[in-house]
Design a protein around this ligand. Structure first.
Ligand code: ADP
Ligand code: GLC
Length: 492
């Protein structure tokens, strides 16, 4: 009934503003969410526009589909310096994508370079996003901003744009990762934003003696704050996880909600995934997983043997991901029946240590140091277990994709990992994965050993868990409804 009413109602207009979005540009889970959530919201009677920078790394096939929607000059800096704003539009499966074009800011290959370049880039982007909405005469009910790169949007909305059409919109700021906040000296950010002086006071952007923090300011100005799991919403109000903003977040916590991410279950679907060696569903997963495992082993140079346990790791290689635990336990995880495949890029220290393990365990370990979507799909399908032992994890998507592909996650109980993976209980034969709490290499290793024990000595229970995991609802449906309800509340 509620849904029928909702369908009949006028669609809610939501503008997404963020720095990356699959399939145009993706470095991590933010890109997945910017793709999947708008698509899920359309099914909840929302009209969604996604505003993105037109980086030069966006593949030509998408550039070819873009249509010119207009351009104008926009003032940005304190001295009134003006910049070109071009709008290139693309509509895909009911979602409208508006790419903001500016050669000065977006001609780099990668979305992120260093803070010196990134701060002006995202000051420009945040202001341009609102200017574009006015130019297009499309006033959203809610502007949904993502991470520090879009954190100035709620501030601009209440200052420069307050008396313009878009000023009627409410703002929501979602924290995908509190580690990144956009912090720089006040004079620099003041110059680039042209934002009024009071915003650089302590309750808003000011941090420490001389710094401005874009995330901090955005959190203070946003009408609503969300983060990507309930556990993370609680964790970031503590000193350990708060990245220096825990007092600020406690102060603003009445406006904060945790809504767990989902994944796009059409994109991540083992029944239709063309990148697999063999497609499968829960009825033939056990058989077909072996075919995918053999294909994976061949592809990455592991000894081909369907009886070996293959443990995967697909990750940005940073200390967030618990790689110190993996490093410390690595030698003992491997044995004549266990193989490890690592897919990732990031800190040279981790890249080199995984390369080293590959060199001393040829045929049992593969360190595939690169970003490779196709190989990621094959690992999700061909591995038996996937490691996500993160130090902190706002939500985490790899454990969700793994479960959907019948691959058992081994996770630390933090953030979204805690909310999405129920620990295996051998007495009741319930649960979806192997979990541990203490950030300790010994505890991690014991958890991997427990997983190996079930895999090698109680295959029946393991196989049941594989099928159970494939049946878990990891879609966006429920969380998209939660977002829609929040948008509705905000826009009333
Ligand atoms: P984060 O956003 O912190 O990096 P998530 O688990 O939310 O972590 O999302 C990571 C996303 O990036 C997943 O879709 C994962 O499959 C993908 N990914 C990470 N590293 C790679 C890689 N080297 N190659 C391909 N995909 C990757
Ligand atoms: C961040 C987090 C990750 C989360 C993703 C999407 O990059 O590190 O945990 O899943 O954003 O919200």
């Amino acid at each position: 009934m509620e849904d029928r009413n909702n369908q009949a109602a006028e669609p809610l207009r939501i503008a997404f503003v963020g720095s990356e979005c699959y399939p145009f540009v993706k470095t991590g889970g933010l890109g997945d969410v910017m793709y999947a959530l708008p698509r899920a919201l359309i099914k909840q009677n929302c009209d969604v526009r996604v505003l993105l920078p037109k980086y030069s790394c966006i593949p030509q096939k998408y550039r070819d589909q873009m249509v010119y929607r207009g351009s104008f000059m926009m003032d940005l800096c304190m001295d009134g310096k003006t910049f070109f704003v071009g709008i290139m539009e693309l509509v895909m499966d009911g979602v409208t994508y508006d790419f903001i074009e500016n050669e000065e800011f977006f001609s780099w290959g990668n979305p992120y370079t260093d803070l010196v370049a990134d701060i002006p880039k995202y000051c420009y982007f945040s202001k341009a996003a609102l200017a574009v909405l006015n130019y297009l005469e499309w006033t959203p009910n809610v502007v949904h901003c993502h991470d520090w790169q879009a954190a100035l949007v709620p501030i601009y909305l209440r200052t420069h744009f307050a008396n313009t059409p878009v000023g009627k919109a409410k703002s929501m700021l979602t924290i995908h990762n509190l580690r990144f906040q956009g912090i720089y000296g006040i004079p620099h950010i003041k110059y680039w934003t042209g934002i009024p002086g009071y915003v650089f006071d302590y309750p808003f952007m000011k941090q420490g003696k001389d710094d401005a923090n874009m995330m901090k300011g955005g959190l203070a100005f946003a009408n609503c704050i969300t983060t990507v799991s309930q556990t993370y919403a609680g964790e970031i109000q503590t000193e350990f996880y708060g990245e220096g903003l825990d007092p600020h977040l406690r102060y603003h916590s009445v406006r904060m909600r945790g809504i767990v991410n989902g994944i796009d279950v059409e994109l991540w679907n083992s029944r239709t995934d063309a990148l697999l060696a063999a497609k499968y569903d829960e009825n033939d997963v056990l058989e077909k997983k072996k075919a995918n495992k053999l294909a994976l082993q061949e592809k990455v140079g592991l000894e081909q043997d369907e009886n070996k346990m293959v443990i995967g790791l697909i990750s940005r290689l940073t200390n967030q991901k618990g790689l110190d635990l993996v490093n410390a336990a690595f030698a003992e995880m491997i044995d004549e029946n266990t193989q490890v495949v690592v897919l990732g890029t990031g800190d040279v220290y981790y890249e080199d240590s995984f390369r080293y393990y590959e060199s001393i365990h040829k045929g049992s370990v593969c360190a595939y140091i690169s970003y490779n979507e196709a190989l990621a799909h094959l690992i999700y399908a061909g591995a038996d277990a996937l490691l996500v032992p993160s130090l902190f994890e706002p939500c985490g998507l790899t454990q969700l994709i793994a479960m959907r592909y019948g691959t058992i996650p081994i996770v630390r109980e933090t953030g979204g990992l805690k909310d999405t993976v129920q620990p295996y209980n051998k007495y009741t034969n319930e649960g979806n994965g192997f979990t541990f709490e203490d950030y300790d290499a010994g505890v991690f290793l014991n958890t991997v050993r427990s997983a190996k024990e079930v895999y090698f000595e109680d295959r029946e229970s393991w196989d049941e868990m594989v099928k159970r995991d494939m049946a878990v609802d990891v879609s966006w449906e429920k969380s998209a409804k939660d977002y829609r309800d929040l948008y509705l509340q905000l826009s009333k």
